[in-house]
Design a protein around this ligand. Structure first.
Ligand SMILES: *[C@@H]1O[C@H](CO)[C@@H](O)[C@H](O)[C@H]1NC(C)=O
Ligand SMILES: *[C@@H]1O[C@H](CO)[C@@H](O)[C@H](O)[C@H]1NC(C)=O
Ligand SMILES: *[C@@H]1O[C@H](CO)[C@@H](O)[C@H](O)[C@H]1NC(C)=O
Ligand SMILES: *[C@@H]1O[C@H](CO)[C@@H](O)[C@H](O)[C@H]1NC(C)=O
Ligand SMILES: CC(=O)N[C@H]1CO[C@H](CO)[C@@H](O)[C@@H]1O
Length: 397
């Protein structure tokens, strides 16, 4: 490969934070934790001056009888909703709130469910009690919604002077103070990297860091996961099942929720776990996986029929293509599958590790290896920071 590599590895405690965040125009995190609706998706019934609710409190919108407004935040957000109410014509006036991630499920009678295929209930605020700012209780902090509907269910006339969401994820952090970046000559890949980072960032916690495997599935911290002693016990238990081959010998019949030991695709894992004995074996696996790709990406072999794309399992296949040095296939799969979704956690670190070639080979980067693989890309600029310092690479050809 004929390319120019500029490499900076500042492995020192000096200069921990980047003065300016590179490529910050791609960052999806909001400037402020108080988020006002950027646009209206739909109005039902009679609502006057609804535009005054856009971009900030700018006047008064009036619900005239049974009516609703649905806001589109243009990306998933999460948090605590407040509605500022002026006068209303009846002490029995209520406004209800419903939330969804997809425009397909917008509904004035419920929200897309957090735990199953049903609906979550409308959250009602008794705004007939008088003018003021009505805020949902903290337990109704909502993770992962793009559409918010504000519903009036009675004949009352209700003045609303503002709708805001207080964004609660990553409470201890500067939302736009990214220490990592990725940029290439492919705009779609750049957008995938920043969208995925936003999803990884947008996980709700109660004021401390939490480990979860997806902002969408794990909208709230699983309480068992945040008790460090339990976490250590769980890990020790798992490690005790690793035998002399270096593999875990799983003898139980069910994993965390499912009956039967489904789960990860053994094919991709054979490559990832270095079980294959030759490059030819790895290629046979990755080529067979590639032959299964459809219009939207890589169906998970474990899911059987109907073909189902799991971004989680697919991310292991993606890594197998990178490990097998099928960089072009890996890029094609990101464009196909994550380009389509532009929204699921995982490829971020793979892109920094495999494309930009920044591999940390021991914890926090005490040892590292540089091995970029550009596929059809011509320009890549990426970096991140660990407690030891900055790691970055710039590639051109
Ligand atoms: C508004 O009306 C449309 C069309 O009937 C419906 O699909 C949508 O769910 C309604 N929105 C709300 C918030 O009820
Ligand atoms: C509106 O919803 C509230 C809360 O569920 C309920 O108490 C009230 O009776 C409803 N109003 C009408 C007119 O249905
Ligand atoms: C896995 O563990 C079970 C139970 O201890 C044992 O019977 C079995 O032989 C082990 N399998 C392998 C492949 O080591
Ligand atoms: C993978 O396994 C081979 C032996 O089969 C070994 O030589 C190689 O170092 C291993 N690679 C990694 C990354 O562990
Ligand atoms: C608030 C927060 O968690 N920000 C992180 C989002 O992800 C980027 C890239 O990994 C990090 O640098 C930020 O610290």
């Amino acid at each position: 490969m004929n390319l120019i590599l500029t490499l900076t590895v500042v492995a020192s405690v000096a200069q921990k934070s980047l003065a300016t965040v590179p490529y910050s125009n791609y960052i999806l995190a909001p400037e402020s934790r108080t988020i006002y609706p950027p646009r209206i998706h739909q109005v039902n019934g009679t609502l006057t001056n609804s535009k005054s609710l856009i971009g900030g409190p700018n006047g008064t919108a009036t619900f005239n009888g049974v009516s609703s407004i649905t806001f589109d935040y243009t990306k998933n957000i999460g948090g605590v909703v407040s509605v500022k109410v002026g006068k209303s014509s009846s002490p029995d006036a209520f406004v209800g709130l419903t939330y969804t991630e997809s425009s397909l499920w917008i509904n004035g009678q419920g929200s897309d469910a957090t735990a199953d295929a049903g609906l979550d209930e409308v959250i009602w605020l008794p705004v007939g009690e008088g003018p003021g700012t009505y805020t949902v209780e903290r337990k109704y902090d909502r993770g992962a919604f793009r559409y918010l509907s504000v519903v009036s269910n009675s004949s009352a006339t209700i003045d609303v002077q503002g709708v805001s969401v207080y964004y609660t994820a990553a409470p201890a952090q500067d939302l736009r103070g990214y220490s990592g970046y990725f940029h290439s000559n492919d705009e779609l890949l750049n957008r995938v990297w920043y969208a995925v980072t936003w999803y990884n960032n947008a996980t709700i916690t109660e004021g401390r860091s939490a480990m979860t495997d997806g902002a969408k599935r794990d909208r709230e911290v699983w309480p068992g996961d945040i008790h460090w002693d339990n976490f250590k016990r769980g890990l020790a238990w798992s490690l005790s099942y690793i035998d002399e081959t270096g593999l875990m010998n799983v003898t139980s019949s069910a994993d965390w929720l499912r009956v039967g030991m489904g789960g990860h695709d053994g094919n991709a894992w054979a490559v990832k776990a270095n079980l294959t004995l030759s490059t030819a074996q790895s290629s046979a696996i990755t080529n067979a996986l590639k032959s299964r790709w459809g219009t939207y990406g890589a169906p998970s072999p474990e899911a059987g029929v109907p073909l189902t794309i799991s971004p989680f399992i697919g991310s292991f296949e993606l890594e197998a293509h990178f490990i097998g040095q099928e960089t072009q296939d890996a890029l094609d799969l990101i464009r196909l599958q994550w380009g389509f979704m532009l929204n699921d956690p995982r490829p971020t670190s793979l892109m920094s590790f495999y494309i930009a070639g920044l591999h940390l080979t021991s914890s926090i980067g005490r040892t590292w290896k540089i091995s970029p693989a550009l596929g059809d890309l011509t320009d890549v600029d990426a970096g991140f920071e660990t407690p030891l310092g900055k790691f970055s690479s710039t590639l051109r050809r």
